[in-house]
Write a protein that binds this ligand. Structure first.
Ligand code: DX5
Ligand code: ZN
Length: 229
C-alpha cells in the first residue's frame, strides 16, 4: 500500500479583496493555508492582467509560509530575476509559454527558486516528461487559465500519468482551477498533493470573518482525507 501523502492547500489570492492583500494573506495563513498562491497574468498569454513584480514584492512582507508564484505570462525569461527579487519561493511557468521551457526551468533554479511547470488542459502529460528531473512541481490546470471561479475540467487521467512518471521523485503535483470539496478527492485519488483553491477558500469569508476561510480550508482537507492514492 502506498502511504498517504500529505496534502497541501494553497489558496489563490486572486479571490481575495484586492484592496487588502496584507490582511487577506495573514488571514488565510492564520486559518490553515500551507502556501500562498499568487496568479501573475499578462493580458497576452491569458486574457487578464494581475500582478507585476512590485506587487508580488509587497505581498512577500506578509507571507510567512511559502509564496507560490504562478506565471501566466509570455515570454517568461526576461522576468525571472524580477520575481526572484520579489521573493518568490516557487516560480511556475507554463510549458506553452515559449519554445524553451527547459532553459526557463534552468534559469528559475539558477535564480535560487524552486521551479514548477504548468500544463494547460489541452497539453498532454508527456510535455513534462523530459523536465521531471529538474522541477519541484508540475501544475495541472483544471481550467483554462485566466480567471478564478471557473468550472473544474476533469484531468484525472493526466494526473495519473504524471504520478506514474514521477514515481518516488520529490516532485509535487499541483492542481489549479475549480478545486472544491467535491473535485478535490478526485485529483488526490489520482495522485495530486497540492491543491490551489481560490473561490472555494474565500467564498463567504472576509478579513472580518476569517473563520469562514478556516472552515472552507477544513472542508477541502476533510473531503480528501481518505482519498490518498
Ligand atoms: C486560474 C488561476 C487559478 C485560479 C483558481 O487562471 O491560475 O489559480 O485563481 O481559482 P478557482 O479556485 O476559483 O478556480
Ligand atoms: Zn494559479
Amino acid at each position: 500500500m502506498t502511504p498517504t501523502r500529505q496534502i497541501l492547500i494553497a489558496p489563490s489570492i486572486l479571490s481575495a479583496d484586492f484592496a487588502d492583500f496584507g490582511r487577506e494573506i495573514r488571514a488565510i495563513e492564520d486559518q490553515g493555508a500551507d502556501w500562498v498562491h499568487v496568479d501573475v497574468m499578462d493580458g497576452h498569454f491569458v486574457p487578464n492582467l494581475t500582478f507585476g513584480p512590485p506587487a508580488v514584492k509587497a505581498f512577500r512582507r506578509h507571507v510567512r509560509t511559502v509564496m507560490d508564484v504562478h506565471l501566466m505570462i509570455a515570454p517568461v525569461d526576461p522576468f525571472i530575476t524580477a520575481y526572484a527579487d520579489a521573493g518568490a519561493d516557487i516560480l511556475t511557468a507554463h510549458v506553452e509559454a515559449g519554445p524553451h521551457i527547459h532553459r526557463t526551468v534552468q534559469a528559475i533554479r539558477a535564480a535560487g527558486m524552486k521551479a514548477g511547470v504548468a500544463l494547460n488542459p489541452g497539453t498532454p502529460a508527456e510535455a513534462a516528461a523530459h523536465l521531471i528531473d529538474m522541477v519541484d512541481l508540475v501544475c495541472v490546470m483544471t481550467v483554462n487559465p485566466g480567471f478564478g471561479g471557473q468550472s473544474f475540467i476533469d484531468m484525472t487521467a493526466k494526473v495519473r500519468s504524471l504520478r506514474a512518471m514521477i514515481g518516488d521523485r520529490p516532485v509535487h503535483i499541483q492542481i489549479d482551477g475549480g478545486v472544491d470539496p467535491v473535485t478535490a478527492p478526485l485529483v488526490v485519488a489520482a495522485g495530486a498533493d497540492v491543491l490551489v483553491a481560490g473561490s472555494a477558500v474565500f467564498r463567504g469569508g472576509s478579513v472580518d470573518a476569517p473563520h469562514v476561510y478556516g472552515a472552507n480550508i477544513r472542508a477541502i482537507r476533510d473531503a480528501v482525507q481518505h482519498a490518498g492514492a
